[in-house]
Design a protein around this ligand. Structure first.
Ligand code: FAD
Ligand code: GLY
Length: 377
């Protein structure tokens, strides 16, 4: 049980990192997962790649999202060549619609800063909005169109990454939970499971919302919390929408197979993964506000995922200070699908080739120490 790279957690982040290491020629890569790979937050997600629709300013996080979005066409094309699986990268863009004065104020603010930042965004009147998406409610006041936002079928992305691992003999151990990291002489000597200890030259924690449950034998990691997201899907026998449509209260995501996903709640509810009838109704109502025609469709499915979030809402990436061979890639919160390709590249570059990236400074662990010191002062 000795690897060059041991990745703990087989969600979109861990799997994408494994692929990146393989491409660099790393021989022995192992992924461990406490359950099945690709069945947690990454499976629950909506697959929206929307740096612009969700951003409030052109900060480092926006640039990180935007850069990762730009990697997607190549990522999708390579995965198709490697696995034959089409991850349904769709470039129809996103639409943010307004139904009240307050909604309008919010989208106008977004329009202003994005125009000033030189980003591509189009203002649409009510009439133009309904021309672009005829099933949007006649109550719509106006909207913004972001032509560079995209979407993928995240479940197919996970299948493609899983197939990539199988084809390339990346070892995947499911139902293998890491309880504890064993640290000796400032190095991770092993990751303990019920069946034995896994050893590796380098260890990457990609354990999402469960990261803080791992015992670390004396050194501390920033707290990562689970934030529950519930979603539902409708089934439409005929295509209703081409774009992802956001209101300030919810969003709709059309899928090629006829499903229309409606999301999502944002709940601080610990590790409870139950679906509630009350939230299903809430999501349905929010979806109907955007498109009343959905009232005729049955709800096909409802599900839950736990988004991993750090105290400041930003990703946590890079080396763990003081432990030579331990790295972390988590806390992607609402954007882990979007951020997977760039996260994987940065992690593999720094571990294999010692390459730096500004993003490792922005999202590195040292910021938590600095914050603690500031609080004490
Ligand atoms: P996960 O997919 O949760 O994977 C972590 C893995 O680690 C799991 O498989 C788990 O079993 C394993 N693990 C944990 N602890 C251990 C342990 N001790 N030992 C072994 N294995 C362990 N993002 C977007 O970009 N676009 C979206 O549209 C979007 N929509 C979302 C909608 C919802 C409802 C939710 C919940 C999330 C959404 N997200 C979206 C966010 C995105 O899903 C997450 O940021 C992303 O999936 C996190 O990936 P991950 O690999 O870190 O976590
Ligand atoms: N990014 C969409 C969500 O997390 O619900």
């Amino acid at each position: 049980m000795n690897s060059d790279i041991l990745i703990i957690g087989g969600g979109v982040i861990g799997l994408s990192i494994a692929r990146e290491f393989y491409k660099k020629g790393v021989a022995k890569i192992t992924i461990l997962d406490r359950s099945e790979i690709g069945k947690e937050a990454s499976f629950a997600a909506a697959g929206i790649l929307a740096p612009q629709a969700e951003a409030d300013k052109a900060d480092d996080f926006f640039r990180f999202c935007d850069e990762s979005n730009r990697l997607y066409p190549q990522f999708a094309a390579e995965l198709f060549d490697e696995t034959g699986i089409d991850i349904e990268l769709d470039k129809s863009g996103t639409l943010c619609v307004a139904f009240s004065g307050e909604d309008s104020e919010e989208i106008r603010r977004r329009f202003e800063w994005q125009k000033n930042a030189g980003l591509e965004v189009e203002y649409l009147s009510a009439q133009e909005t309904r021309k672009a998406e005829p099933f949007v409610s006649p109550d719509v006041l106006e909207s913004l169109f972001f032509p560079n936002d995209r979407r993928v079928e995240n479940r197919k992305l996970l299948l493609a990454l899983q197939k990539y691992c199988e084809t390339n003999k990346i070892e995947v151990c499911e139902n293998t939970e890491i309880k504890e990291l064993v640290v000796e002489n400032d190095r991770v000597a092993g990751a303990k499971t019920f069946t034995g200890t896994f050893r590796a030259e380098n260890v990457v924690l990609a354990t999402g919302a469960w990261t803080s449950l791992i015992k670390t034998c004396g050194f501390s990691l920033p707290e990562i919390k689970p934030i529950r997201g519930q979603m539902i899907s409708f089934f439409a026998p005929q295509r209703m929408f081409s774009k992802v449509i956001y209101s300030p209260r919810g969003y709709l995501v059309p899928r090629a197979d006829g499903r229309i996903l409606a999301g999502a709640t944002v709940e601080d509810a610990g590790f409870d993964k139950s679906v509630s009838a009350e939230k299903t109704e809430l999501l349905r109502n929010r979806a109907l506000e955007i498109a009343p025609g959905l009232a005729d469709l049955e709800i096909r499915d409802a599900w839950v995922g736990l988004r991993p979030v750090a105290a400041d809402g930003l990703p946590v990436l890079g080396a763990v200070p003081g432990i030579e061979n331990l790295f972390i890639a988590t806390a992607h919160y609402r954007n882990g699908i979007l951020l997977a390709p760039l996260t994987a590249k940065i992690l593999a570059d720094t571990i294999s080739e010692n390459k730096n990236s500004d993003y490792l400074n922005f999202f590195g662990l040292r910021r938590f120490r600095a914050a603690k010191a500031e609080t004490r002062a």
